[in-house]
Design a protein around this ligand. Sequence first.
Ligand SMILES: CCCCCCCCCCCCC/C=C/C(=O)SCCNC(=O)CCNC(=O)[C@H](O)C(C)(C)COP(=O)(O)OP(=O)(O)OC[C@H]1O[C@@H](n2cnc3c(N)ncnc32)[C@H](O)[C@@H]1OP(=O)(O)O
Length: 240
Amino acid sequence: MALSDDEGSVEEKEPPKKKIGPVATAWLTFYNIAMTAGWLVLAIAIIRFYAEKGTHKGLYRNIQKTLKCFQTFALLELVHCALGIVHTSVLVTGVQVSSRVFMVWFITSSIKQVQSEDSVLIFLVVWTVTEITRYSYYTFKLLNHLPYFIKWARYNLFIVLYPVGVVGELLTIYAALPHVRKSAMYSLRLPNKYNVSFDYYYFLIIAMCSYIPLFPQLYFHMLRQRRRVLHGEVIMEKDD
Ligand SMILES: CCCCCCCCCCCCC/C=C/C(=O)SCCNC(=O)CCNC(=O)[C@H](O)C(C)(C)COP(=O)(O)OP(=O)(O)OC[C@H]1O[C@@H](n2cnc3c(N)ncnc32)[C@H](O)[C@@H]1OP(=O)(O)O
């Protein structure tokens, strides 16, 4: 499966972008400020927990309400793309956001035995750094006061953080597998009145395998955005 913005031919002139109205700008500014604040609250909670307890065991339980809240709100980004108030692909955003929401609700919050894994700490820290940078970038850009170091961080940190985050996520799903198999959670076995069977264990294996084709596309998308924003290359991308 190829995510559809994946064209990447370099042209001389960027086509003019549709300007968004004042209501959309006000909403996006509010949204990005709220999301920056939410992820900052998470960062502070992680640092405080670690400073007080000296371990990450119990951290997830402590922060999960805030994490669920702000990561779930990110589904609004799909609405933003669909309405055309942000110039980005619904498909690329959809894969990114839904995989995160899935990690939070259907893996880490559902399977308590994995919550103390080191891999959970890895993706939590990586997501937090990424999102503080990303939402503050959008906020300052909308306010027309974008400090260069935030722009630099937005389009450089992902080079390392994206693969590290993915490793954290994959290790967490892997650690969840034996618990899912044992409990048969979210699975539907035959016979049942719907005559349908679903095995969450195999679903998770397929989800892990789907990172192989999907992640490189997200990563190369970000590398193209980096070339466009930091080096001024104009990259024509096919619309969804
Ligand atoms: C259902 C089960 C599924 C399971 C299986 C799934 C498999 C999935 C495989 C992949 C898994 C990925 C997992 C993710 C892990 C991590 O996140 S690890 C942590 C590191 N992560 C990152 O660094 C994330 C990088 N990715 C992103 O930033 C985005 O998610 C993105 C969608 C890829 C970004 O793309 P895009 O929005 O196109 O780039 P930008 O350059 O930021 O923005 C483009 C233009 O749009 C404007 N814009 C976007 N959002 C906003 C906003 N909220 N407010 C205002 N404006 C916005 C932005 O300013 C740009 O505008 P222009 O420059 O004017 O074009």
